[in-house]
Design a protein around this ligand. Sequence first.
Ligand code: MN
Length: 235
Amino acid sequence: MNVHAPTKNYVFDPLPIPTLPVVGSSDLFPVHRIYCVGRNFAEHAIEMGHDPNREPPFFFQKNPDTLVLSGQDFPYPAQTSDVHHEIELVVALSKGGVDIAVEDALDHVYGYAVGLDMTRRDLQGVAKKMGRPWETGKAFEASAPCSAIVPVSQVGHPTDGAVWVKVNGEMRQTGDLNQMIWKVPEMISYLSGLFTLQPGDLIYAGTPSGVGAVVRGDKIHGKIEGVGEISTLVV
Ligand code: MN
């Protein structure tokens, strides 16, 4: 459970809480955890060599301090030569819970954003082959670029809309939110049966097909229709 000291001094100053800006507000969204869903678009599952049939969703996590705000640089990470972009809808929760019913799940959503699940594909591949955890492939520094959050009060709950990402102006990934195998309410409900969801949790909802490598100097620019845009320079 929570290990925060009540009113005592810390032995050193704690790092600041990771936050995201909110569209149309000067208030910040404080981030608790980052959950990511794997293989949530059929064509991406196929391109990664998997059966696109509707298996239960699976999740991994990134650390909240791996967030990078859209517009900031993405530092090319160490010990890889195959870093991939995965553009994803990001679901931002303002209410937590366990065993949340599908029909109640959207009440927990504060808003949506556009994220990049940056991946050291070579290290992820080794982990898969060896049956090891994915952290080295997925949870490295700056691996979670994200746009500002647009509140539900402005955007509603988008269920369709074009998703694309370009690298140096060349189209790489295209899809539509309506191609998601597991829909947002189902993801929240399923996750809440495995973890105690909390206000501030983010869910990266999976990527369409067309993932590919970037190199230093590449400009990544993505958009989810009706939600927002994201851009970052690989340095
Ligand atoms: Mn992903």
